[in-house]
Every structure is written in C-alpha cells, then in structure tokens.
Write a protein that binds this ligand. Sequence first.
Ligand SMILES: Cc1cc2nc3c(=O)[nH]c(=O)nc-3n(C[C@H](O)[C@H](O)[C@H](O)COP(=O)(O)OP(=O)(O)OC[C@H]3O[C@@H](n4cnc5c(N)ncnc54)[C@H](O)[C@@H]3O)c2cc1C
Length: 511
Amino acid sequence: MLGARPALATLAERQWDLIVVGGGITGAGVLLEAARQGHKVLLLEQRDFAWGTSSRSSKMVHGGLRYIAQGDVRLTRDALRERERLLRDLPGLVERATYLFPLRKGKFPGRWPMTAVLSLYDFLAGIRDHRFVPRRELLARVPGLDATGLSGAMSYTDALTDDCRLVIRCLLEAARLGGESLNYTQALDARREGDRTQLTVEDRVSGERATLSAPVVINATGAWADRLGAPEPGTPPRIRPLRGSHLFVDPARLPVDDCLTVMHPRDGRPVFVFPWEGVTCVGTTDLDHGDDLDLEASASAGEVDYLLELINSQFPGAALGRQDVLSTMAGVRPVIASDAARKAAAGKPGDRAPSKERRDHAVWQGNGVVTVSGGKLTTFRLIALDALAAAGLLDARAARRARRSNAPMFRPLPEAPLQVDQFLHGNQDDDALIRWMLENEAVVHLDDLLLRRTRLGLLRRDGGAALAPRLQALTGEILGWDQARWEQEWSRYQELRERFYGVPPAERAAA
Ligand SMILES: Cc1cc2nc3c(=O)[nH]c(=O)nc-3n(C[C@H](O)[C@H](O)[C@H](O)COP(=O)(O)OP(=O)(O)OC[C@H]3O[C@@H](n4cnc5c(N)ncnc54)[C@H](O)[C@@H]3O)c2cc1C
C-alpha cells in the first residue's frame, strides 16, 4: 500500500525509468499507467496527495455539456467514454447522478435545442438517459425553486465522485503494480545532464535533500507547471491559473436530491447546486487567480457573496446567509493559456474571459522535463497515455491500443473498508476506516486525514471535533503521536481549516 516513508538517500540509490512530479490526478494517472506498462516509476508530491486542484474540483466525472455546446465533440466523446469506464470499474466511488437543467420561457436554451444536445451527449456515451421533466414534477422534486417562467427541466445523467479518493485509489492501484509514491517531497530543480534528468528534491518532513535521476521526468504539477517546466526566458507562461470556489451548505437549509444547473442572475454563467456526501454543494466561480501559489487557494468574500446571490435568486424563500455555509473550498484550474497569456505577458490585458478558456490538456518539453497540464479529472487516463507517449515510454501503436482498450482499469481492493460515505453518514461506527487510512494511505498530518482522506473538516460544522478522542487514540496507536504531537496537529488543522476553508466575512460596502 502507500507504506512507510523511505529516506531520500535510499531512493537516490535506486534506478528509475521515470519520476513523476505532482501527486494530483494527472500525476497519479501517469504513475498508474506507467506502472501498468512495467516501468519502474516514482511519484513525488510536495504537500499531501491531491492537496492541489484534485481535491477541490466540482467532483463531476462528466463529458461536459458545455464542451459539446462549444462544438468540441471529440473532448466530450473521450470524457464520456472515460466516465462510463470509471462507473464500471469504481462502483461506490464514481456514481451515476441525475442532473436537472431547468428551462424558463423565453430564456436560452429551450427544450428542443437541449433535447438535440442531450441526444448527442447520450449517443456519444452509448446510453439513453435523458427526458423532459414537466413543471409540476420539477417543483415537487426541487421544492423552493423559483417558479417564475419555469416550463420544466431537461433531466440527464452524469457522475459524481470524491476527487481526492480517486487520486488515492489510483496511487493504491499503482502500488499494487509496483509504482511508488511519496508525499511531502518537493522537486526543487530539474536539469538535463547527458541522457538523464537530475532532480533536486527535499523531504518537507525531515528537511533531507537528495538528487534523484531518471532518463525521463514528467512534470505533472498542474497550476505550478511553469515552475519546473520553466519556459525559455522571455517567453510567456503556459498556464493561466483560474480559481473556482464552492460553498458547502447545511442540507437542512438547502436540501437537493439532484444536480441542478442554474444560471447566475449577474452574468448568466451556469452554476451547479448538487448533493455531495450528505451536504449541498454550490459552485463554481471562475476568475483569474493572482494569489501566491504557495498558499492554499481560498474563496474570497466576493465569491461567497456571488454564490449566495445565486442561491437566493434561484430559491427565493431560502434566505440563505453566511451562517448556513459549513465551509468553502477553492481550487486553481491549470488552464492552458490562449492568446490571453501572451497578451498579458506583453503587458496587454488578456482578451478572453476565464469561462471561455478551453479546458483541454497539453504536453510540452523543456528544461529536461516533459510537462503535462490542463485537462480534466475525468480524462486522467487519456492524459496519462499522451504524456507517456510524448516522453517516449509508450510507442504510438501501444498508446492507440491502450486508448481503445476496454480492459478494467482497477481491480477490486478487498482489503480496504472503503465505505467513506457510510462512515460520514454515521452508519459505520467502528474504527476500521480510519485505521485503514492511517495504516495504508500515507497520512502525515491530521489535516491529510480530516480535509482529504475523509472530508470531515468540510462537511461537519464542528470539523470533526466530536471524533477527536477517537482520532487521538488511533493516531497514537498507529502513527505513534504523543500528547504534544497531537496538540500540535490539532491546532495546525484548526488554523488551516479556518484560514483556507472558512467563510470570509462580507466585505464592508465602500463608503
Ligand atoms: C473549481 C474547479 C472545478 C473543477 N471541476 C471539475 C469537474 O467537476 N470534473 C472534472 O473532470 N474536472 C474538474 N476540474 C478540473 C480538475 O480538477 C483538474 O483538471 C485536475 O484536478 C488537475 O489535476 P492535476 O493533477 O493536473 O493538478 P493538481 O491536482 O493541482 O496536482 C498538481 C500537484 O503538484 C504538486 N506540486 C507542485 N509543484 C511541485 C513540486 N515542485 N514538487 C512536487 N510536487 C509539486 C502540487 O502540490 C499539486 O498537488 C475542476 C477544477 C477546478 C479548479
């Protein structure tokens, strides 16, 4: 499984075919597919696995209706096929969900254009799962939804997951195939020497430094990709970091059973309101992220206002306020910049609105590394195959075969008591799940456990405080934490939770 932390010096003595930098879904996918091909591969993550964007997405394993609407049929088809594969291979982790797209008289899109788009969407996925929901049925299913001009909704299906657990699942599967991974290990610098890339790395727990080397290094650092894959001096950055934030809302105040797509009254952007792990999730925003990438991304007061405004316009009786929000979560999309970045680099403002930027991935080489960034959670397997092909670790024929292969991606993991949702809903009160995570999922800090392995820190108003005595006992027994370490971890966790996942107070209106 994801075992004990080895000393970096021992890793430096070993021979690797490939080192992957970045422990989000892209890196985890590359690790898994490389291990499946029989390569000796090591993955390094500077913080916790999925600490970056891959624990902060909208949790949707989907084709992306907006891509099809933008005419990107290929991206949609690929994503839909991957969605169906993940539904088949990861039951319980990737689950089909009903989506409702309310239709209002005189507003775009109407029933028939939506039916045409959804017919194509289902056709590309090889399913037939859409229908019109009449107004009365819709209002019964979504109590409180603004009825003004409502003619009904289009219903279709996509899928939901826990993005962080998807990353961990890839790492566990890779481990079974010999792929190794290490969190809290940062790549500081890469340089090509002869036919190998030398990577200076630092263990962020012990402070130990070492130089690791491999013929190929894949830089899968998402929004951070321009750092290691440093573009030539004078050339503009490849990545346009775009922040997206979500609110987790008390389900008693805003109960929903289906995933709703509703339009924001301010700018007409589609925003999702959906049930996730027992709470209601609302998001996302989409704006340029100018903050320091070394700090965790967090939702601004303005984003919280924007999302509350959406809820209160769509559910006029809800009168939702900050006190109803359990927590917030912000992530930075590693979007491959269009002409906007070039203009920005030349000192002119980018001319493309964030929501108009394309969401596909790109692979490029430079600075001794192969960089892969952009794309989606859903298509991680295809992104990984492209990166391995570009790195010369998969020939074109094998890559084509792998893309088309229908072989199972994951084998059942019988040892793992992976009923995280049962645990979250209080239906599983033994310690088996936490014990498994502490023993097998490389938990280094308490926030790894409470913000990512389980999502207690986001989903519970008390952030999991009620479980603290049990957690203290288990971390003491399994990780050897004494009282002082527990107290240090608890206050670190509380601080992170409040600062980066809390609800920022409303900004005072300008005088
Ligand atoms: C708000 C939002 C909603 C989204 N919703 C969806 C959705 O519903 N469905 C979907 O399919 N996609 C969605 N996406 C897109 C998807 O989440 C991302 O494309 C994906 O998570 C990117 O994964 P990644 O591995 O490339 O990047 P990341 O997850 O950010 O991973 C990169 C990792 O590299 C690490 N790193 C950086 N520098 C170093 C270094 N020097 N050494 C070691 N490690 C390093 C970082 O700590 C980070 O963990 C969404 C994105 C956002 C922001």
